[in-house]
Design a protein around this ligand. Structure first.
Ligand SMILES: [Cu+2]
Length: 144
């Protein structure tokens, strides 16, 4: 009668756990944060904080498609400025919202609100200045 004794070099459960931990760590490193968080405005024209000489439309670009539910524009006197905005029925990442007329010289705030794929509300705002006599200043796209 022989006694067979196994001397595993490593415990297979330990290897499995270590592999899972390594995989989890790798996924954390390579997965963009957008997967976990709601999308947001990645760029706009005019850009946040930008001074421009003229504006007849607002361009909004998001990190992932959403349904844009509302966009409103206020000047520095708190007055609503008319936009030709139409609520989107399909999710898109880029939107162009024309103004009803070229914007007068003032500073402006844009408030936007969208609906993500999971039905959650996402909102934000950005501001810019219209100054027809300004030398156009370019700024990096906003990350807000
Ligand atoms: Cu959500």
């Amino acid at each position: 009668m022989s006694v067979i004794t196994r001397f595993p070099l490593v415990n297979s459960n330990a290897v499995y756990s270590a592999a899972l931990l390594a995989l989890a760590a790798l996924l954390t490193l390579v997965t963009p944060t957008q997967v976990w968080a709601h999308t947001s405005l990645t760029a706009s024209a005019p850009a946040n904080g930008q001074t421009v000489t003229a504006v007849n439309q607002l361009n909004l670009e998001f990190g992932a498609p959403l349904r844009l539910m509302s966009v409103s524009l206020k000047d520095d006197a708190g007055q609503d400025v008319a936009l030709n905005f139409k609520r989107s029925n399909t999710a898109k990442a880029r939107f162009v919202v024309p103004t009803n007329a070229p914007l007068a010289a003032a500073s402006y705030q844009v408030f936007w609100m969208g609906m993500g794929d999971d039905g959650h509300k996402i909102e934000g705002n950005f501001s810019f200045i219209v100054n027809p006599t300004a030398v156009a200043v370019t700024t990096a796209p906003t990350t807000e």
